[in-house]
Design a binder for this molecule. Structure first.
Ligand SMILES: [Fe+2]
Length: 266
């Protein structure tokens, strides 16, 4: 049983890279379940549309997670109510549309839980993420409620993500960070068996500033004339990881980072 996770898809570059590589990778690597963070997948680099979600599902994605940009395309508040495979952070205020957790079946009949969380430090205001995680872990158990559990922790700072990794150690198959758009080099299995990576990085054009046009972004920092951020549109790199899961205990046997194409793979 193999789970493939890909970090934040940014704009057209990210989508084209997915389009070009995902089906082939699923076949070559014998992938059973695919989770992507899609919160930057729209053309503008913020939010996701129904059409894009459907395109990702048709390419082999099983579940799409999001984060702080989840509502940036207006249609998402309605779409997310109809589409259980599209998640928003679990710790948004309780009256938010959609869900932050779901249990999904693989073709082989395994149940995979996917939980989407968002950090509190330097992020949009949301409920305390550790309290939400604690409540979740009191309610749901690995091997009882699902065979495997994937947690996408969408957050800005490394310490919060690493702490959450240890909090879920032995209770999730994988805890992976998203949001910074830069892959970290600390992919490993924690002491109690949970695969962990501080940040998966983005699926997008790295000849940029975290996926956005680099000249425009630099001009904004220099306080020169600039526009709203817009995505860079060069060749995208796919960034994420593959976890080989242990069927008997639901934890990770092996984890390896995955980086393919574009600027990071030259
Ligand atoms: Fe984000």
């Amino acid at each position: 049983m193999k789970i493939f996770f890909l970090g934040d898809i940014v704009g057209k570059s990210g989508r084209i890279a997915i389009n070009k590589n995902l089906k082939e990778t699923i076949q070559d690597k014998n992938i059973d379940f695919v989770v992507v963070n899609g919160e930057n997948a729209a053309d503008q680099g913020v939010g996701i549309t129904e059409e894009i979600s459907n395109e990702l599902f048709s390419l082999g994605v099983d579940v799409i997670t999001t984060g702080n940009h989840v509502w940036d395309q207006k249609e998402t508040t309605n779409h997310i109510e109809r589409e259980s495979r599209l998640l928003r952070p679990e710790n948004l205020t309780s009256n938010s549309p959609g869900k932050g957790f779901g249990i999904f079946k693989t073709k082989k009949g395994f149940k995979v839980g996917v939980l989407n969380l968002m950090g509190n430090v330097f992020m949009k205001k949301c409920e305390n993420v550790f309290e939400t995680a604690n409540k979740f872990l009191n309610k749901y158990k690995l091997k009882k409620d699902y065979d495997f559990l994937v947690v996408d922790f969408h957050g800005e700072i490394t310490s919060e993500k690493m702490a959450m990794g240890h909090f879920f150690d032995g209770k999730a198959t994988l805890l992976v960070g998203t949001h910074t758009h830069v892959p970290t080099n600390d992919c490993r299995i924690l002491l109690n068996g949970t695969a962990y990576l501080t940040d998966a990085g983005m699926c997008g054009d790295y000849n940029s500033v975290i996926g956005m046009d680099k000249i425009n972004s630099l001009n904004r920092f220099l306080k020169k004339e600039s526009q709203k951020h817009y995505p860079a549109e060069g060749e995208g790199t796919l960034c994420g990881l593959i976890v080989e899961c242990n069927i008997s205990n639901g934890l990770a046997n092996k984890v390896e980072s995955f980086i393919k194409g574009g600027e990071l793979n030259k």
